[in-house]
Design a protein. Structure first.
Length: 380
């Protein structure tokens, strides 16, 4: 079999078709030099026969006991992510032959791939971090099982990549968006903006979770929709222990919920069949049409409304909710509790830049420190 290393033609001979086909895949995905290095290690007897693809399958298999405390749907999601990412480049490598340079080669390839969401964008930096985290966990399990000595993915430097910045709507912009939202779904959109709930939490809310007899009214968040092993939604616990929380809501949002239903009945459901509101359906039929109208300058001017200048997603209502709280001087620990962040660091990282007092205080400190600099310059 012929292949190239640094532009030069090389040749290898194999005893059977299976070995030749495996080597060909390595050449295609990793290049001739890396493929020959793997071949050499195997010939010297210093490499295990098990490939990364095989070991990943074993790691994700519940029967192996290597990965515990994970929901079936999450486990299935890891499997899909592995097949879509690092296994495409490193899957045929012996698990103990993978080096840091190989991980770097995969990352370079991954960062150049187009996003599955289209639009000509590259894969999001957060998605690549998730892929890398799975690979690192797989390799860490190989270390713990004495298959290899180190984890070449550990502390690999990742590029920042393309990160979508959140859209923080002003109250006036949200008013515009709500105005153009279909009447039936206005209560749902107002609830998302009024509480900062995650999509899976809001769409799982039942009337038994709502207590309008107290002032202010509150809702209890103790369940959320999660993907099952078959990729269909199932009701599970929220994202983390801190995600189980009680949220106060204003009278307008309570009134917009409509008439109270049975205890186990969904508060927000589809119009016709009264089922769970799916994210894709909502985006296509409700959200996107409302956003298009809210960005139309002529329509907004005719209605006396402020047009949107950036295109938000439903999740941006959560960002907007947090920004409104912070603008009003709400301490970040309170914001953390309301949003259900497991760590205050998450709240600080995402919303800390919005704290007005911090900007004022830092500007005042530097202003005071350098107050006489120009005066001293003028005196000399």
């Amino acid at each position: 079999m012929q292949f190239r290393i640094d532009g030069r033609v090389k040749q290898e001979t194999f005893e059977n078709e299976k070995a030749a086909a495996e080597f060909a895949r390595l050449v295609t995905t990793a290049g001739g030099k890396a493929a020959r290095d793997v071949l050499t290690r195997r010939a010297e007897g210093t490499s295990a026969a098990v490939t990364l693809r095989t070991w990943t399958a074993r790691y994700l298999d519940p029967a192996s006991g290597l990965l515990t405390g994970v929901e079936p749907g999450t486990r299935k999601g890891y499997e899909r992510a592995a097949n879509n990412s690092f296994l495409r480049i490193l899957g045929d490598f012996p698990v103990d032959a993978i080096q840091r340079a190989d991980v770097g080669r995969w990352l370079a390839w991954q960062e150049a791939q187009p996003s599955r969401r289209g639009g000509g964008r590259a894969v999001a930096a957060k998605t690549i971090r998730n892929y890398h985290g799975i690979l690192s966990s797989v390799l860490a399990s190989a270390v713990s099982e004495k298959i290899r000595e180190d984890n070449p993915a550990y502390k690999t430097r990742l590029s920042k990549g393309q990160k979508r910045e959140g859209v923080f709507l002003s109250p006036e912009e949200f008013t515009t968006l709500l105005y153009f939202t279909q009447d039936y779904y206005q209560g749902f959109v107002l609830f998302l903006a009024s509480t900062g709930c995650r999509w899976g939490e809001a769409t799982a809310l039942t009337w038994g979770d709502v207590n309008a007899r107290v002032t202010p009214a509150v809702v209890r968040i103790d369940k959320a929709w999660k993907k099952s092993e078959t990729n269909t939604p199932v009701l599970k616990h929220p994202k983390s222990s801190k995600a189980r929380r009680t949220i106060s809501i204003q009278p307008d949002a309570v009134a917009a919920m409509g008439d109270k239903g049975a205890t186990n009945e969904l508060v927000f459901a589809t119009r016709v069949l009264h089922r769970r509101i799916s994210n894709q359906m909502f985006r296509d039929r409700v959200w996107n049409p409302a956003v298009e109208k809210a960005m139309d300058v002529d329509l907004c001017e005719a209605a006396g409304l402020v047009p949107l200048t950036r295109r938000p997603t439903p999740h941006d209502l959560r960002h907007s909710h947090a920004s409104w709280l912070i603008a009003a001087g709400t301490p970040l620990p309170y914001v953390q509790s309301r949003l259900g962040h497991e760590s205050i660091q998450t709240t600080v990282n995402v919303y800390g830049h919005l704290v007005p007092e911090a900007h004022i205080q830092m500007a005042d400190v530097i202003g005071g420190t350098l107050a006489n600099v120009r005066t001293l310059k003028q005196l000399t």
